[in-house]
Design a protein around this ligand. Structure first.
Ligand code: LLP
Length: 401
């Protein structure tokens, strides 16, 4: 499982940079990009920055020709800084402020995905003040169940995201009648960690029918954005994106429109691991605990979504196998990186790799328990470099006044 990460390199990183540390493989990132490019030769692939907005990762992805999907002014700032051209950036999100909308217009992003009638009004007002035309895309909630964790399911009616097809039609007509809004695209994002193509096929058919109906009413869109969410099981290879491409074919083959997709996790997750060191071993009741130096503030996914990231010792010892609760130093019983993790009994000081941690790992990290955030390292072949320094204790109080 560690084959993409040279063992000696990981040990050297742990020794020189310390732990916990996120380690990303440039080779795996680019391999994932190639897989998407092969499956979607014509589409605009906008990497969802939220998965991993680290400059080192994003600069590489921008250079490889991807666009970016951003959901805040902060992500837009990072995307531009990493070198994503504004003409390949789409801006989504249910609560964009006027300031953020204005920033996006100033930077001339490709599309702004609006999610409500009031947001459309706000965008028009901001565009009028600037004297520009905003290229609008409407996010549609198609009421399709993507069969994923409820926290990351977005395309079912009753979630806060998007508007129904019928409301979208009203918004497109409203935009078409405005001198400051230009209806450019339609957007659907069903959710995240979706493992079957079925929901995408259903969404693509519904989207295609909708876009055709709009065109016959005189509103011709240039982009159809089918979002991200293609699953990447922890510790496993991503399902081939060719299956996703087949499912999206109805939306991809509309005349005069270009398909956009917004994969995040499936590009970044397999390319990253979290390296942590065993601090202590202890028993409580019948449970074997392994206290590591990484905690829920570094990787919250196991505690928050119940995700199971494989945890593997870098150098397994010739000791009996056991089943361990891998926990961190944070003062909560909910602070765990893994439960029932099978491995040969390690010893304090041993290094463990928490796999498939390249997406929604560092990007969801926090300073809880006043723990400075981990460092990030990018590995290219046998070379590596720190792309984000470990935070210091002083960093914890730097913004206080
Ligand atoms: N596009 C939009 C509009 C999104 O909201 C998202 C993810 C994506 C694209 C990318 O989805 P992906 O391909 O990465 O699945 N923190 C959660 C995942 C939240 C996803 C939110 N939206 C986790 O750790 O599982």
């Amino acid at each position: 499982m560690l084959d993409k990460f040279p063992l000696k390199t990981l040990e050297e990183i742990a020794a020189r940079v310390g732990t916990p540390v996120y380690v990303y493989s440039a080779d795996v990132l680019l391999r994932q990009v190639r897989a998407y490019r092969r499956a979607f030769p014509e589409a605009l692939i906008c990497y969802a920055m939220k998965a991993n907005p680290s400059g080192g990762v994003c600069r590489l992805l921008a250079r490889s020709g991807l666009g970016a999907d951003v959901v805040s002014g902060g992500e837009l700032f990072r995307a531009l800084r990493a070198g994503f051209p504004p003409g390949r950036i789409v801006f989504s999100g249910v609560g964009k402020t006027r300031e953020e909308l204005d920033f996006a217009l100033a930077k001339k992003v490709l599309l702004i995905n609006v999610e409500s009638a009031q947001e459309l009004e706000a965008l028009e007002a901001v565009a009028r003040r600037r004297g520009v035309m905003a290229r609008v895309s409407v996010r549609i909630n198609p009421d399709i169940d993507p069969r994923t964790h409820k926290f990351i399911s977005t395309g079912k009616s009753g979630s806060k995201f998007g508007v129904s097809f019928s409301e979208a039609e009203v918004l497109f007509r409203r935009a078409a009648a405005s001198s400051y809004l230009f209806p450019s695209g339609a957007h659907i994002h069903l959710g995240s960690q979706i493992h079957s193509a079925g929901p995408y096929a259903q969404a693509a058919r519904a989207m295609a029918a909708f876009v055709r109906r709009l065109a016959s009413a005189g509103i011709k869109l240039s982009y159809v954005d089918m979002g991200g969410g293609w699953g990447a099981r922890e510790g496993a290879e991503m399902a081939p994106p060719a299956a996703l491409a087949r499912a999206l074919a109805p939306a991809a083959s509309l005349p005069g429109t270009r398909l956009i997709i917004e994969p995040g996790r499936s590009i970044a997750a397999p390319a990253g691991l979290l390296l942590t060191r065993v601090l202590y071993m202890k028993k409580s009741g019948r449970k074997d605990f392994l206290v590591a130096d990484a905690a829920m503030n570094d990787l919250v996914r196991p505690a928050f979504y119940g995700s199971r990231h494989p945890i593997v010792p870098l150098r397994p010892r010739a000791a009996p196998a056991g089943s361990f609760a891998v926990v961190g130093p944070v003062c909560e019983t909910g602070d765990f990186i893994g439960t029932d993790v099978a491995m040969r009994r390690p010893e304090p000081g041993d290094l463990l790799a928490v796999m498939s941690a390249g997406a929604y790992g560092m990007s969801m990290s926090s300073n809880y328990n006043s723990r400075p955030r981990a460092a990030e390292v990018l590995v290219t072949g046998r070379a590596w470099k720190v792309v984000r320094r470990r935070e210091s204790r002083l960093d914890l109080v730097r913004q206080e006044c």
